[in-house]
Design a protein around this ligand. Sequence first.
Ligand SMILES: Cc1cc2nc3c(=O)[nH]c(=O)nc-3n(C[C@H](O)[C@H](O)[C@H](O)COP(=O)(O)OP(=O)(O)OC[C@H]3O[C@@H](n4cnc5c(N)ncnc54)[C@H](O)[C@@H]3O)c2cc1C
Length: 414
Amino acid sequence: MFIRTQICIIGAGPAGAAAALQLDRLGIPSTIVDKAVFPRDKVCGDGLSGKAITGLERIDAAIVERFRQQSFVRESWSVSFIAPSRVDMNMAYAPLVRNNEKLAPSFVCKRVDFDNFLVEELKHSANVTLHEGVNISAYTLTPEGYELRDKARDITILADLVIVANGAHSQFSKEVAGFKMEPKHNAAGLRVYYDGIEDLKTDGAIELHFLYSVLPGYLWIFPLPNGEANVGVGMLTQAVTKKRINLKKLLQDTIQHDPVLQKRFKNAVVKSTIDGYGLPFGSKIRSLSGDRYMLIGDAGFLIDPFSGEGIGNGIYSGRLAAMQAKEAISRNDYSRNCLVEYDQRLYKSLGTELKLSHRLQQLVKYPRLLNWLMKLGANNKQVNELITCMFYDIDIRKKLAKPSFYFKLLFNKP
Ligand SMILES: Cc1cc2nc3c(=O)[nH]c(=O)nc-3n(C[C@H](O)[C@H](O)[C@H](O)COP(=O)(O)OP(=O)(O)OC[C@H]3O[C@@H](n4cnc5c(N)ncnc54)[C@H](O)[C@@H]3O)c2cc1C
């Protein structure tokens, strides 16, 4: 089979889907391929932050309205940070206000459902042609465009422009863009589903446990609908390698032996295997475009190095790449000279945030500082609100990354 297209997107995860949906809303046709047939799973914490939701809203608010109505979605109204000392600092998110209505700002939703929801949106978008079960295994730059091939199925696609969205293990990112997995800019993560964990908060709070046994990583419990929860552990690859940590054993041992978790998991039933995947962090500026291509989402190594959140940045980068594609088409220029404007826009918007998150990531190296900060946040409304804001207010993140902030806190003048 031979397909000629102006734009080909490789990968229909959140980043690729966002790019195709944005192109559709701009009236630009695209072809999107994925090696999987949906619904398919993706190892993840399943946390959908405000950034992911507002990113989708900017593409088309109707998509988010439809998403909110799905039965597989759990609203989340707060986040609980559990310090090594076990102080629980619970922080409420500000609601999203739309038409005078207060709406949940974030969600937990299994990726098998979320990604399939987006794929259904693609199927209902007139300008999008989706091909499932197409695994791009070869790419050649020719004077006419990028030639992409699924060798096993003998499919060739010739595209003027390629938007690369095939995730953390993208061969294109490695072989063409020269990306390497760097242990200090990468984390390893594991996820397992449980049913029946006790004492989950009723407002769908996501829990981040910075326990001594898990530092410098953290364990999470993210509640899903129907009493299920996504439980996992993540840690910088550098620490995993240096300390020779077996993450699977660490997760199982912590659940079995930690006195608090042991009780909460007493009657919980494991609902899946324990699965792992890499998290390439955007803690370093990289070149995201070249002649006839742009890298988005995990293929562009864009995960937030503090929160481990990549869906929002995937959607964000997909949207920006679609807007740059429009520009390239109007100028009939698919060279790096033109596409580099995508890099510039992306780092202008996300660069400071990624840099600050990288600095905040260092906090987990100092359990005492974490204990102190969370105790302060648990007892002091003002500090609590300040720290909650850091998840969506960049100026607050800037404050948090400055040592002087902690001195001010010490003297109770945040
Ligand atoms: C353990 C863990 C927990 C996480 N928790 C969270 C969280 O709670 N919240 C959050 O926001 N982020 C989280 N992340 C990060 C998040 O999962 C990623 O950032 C997100 O999936 C990136 O989306 P993407 O579209 O770039 O890539 P992906 O979701 O990986 O999608 C890539 C797509 O490309 C397809 N593909 C791959 N190769 C090819 C090929 N050769 N040809 C065709 N198609 C191909 C795949 O089938 C897939 O559908 C977590 C990650 C891990 C590992």
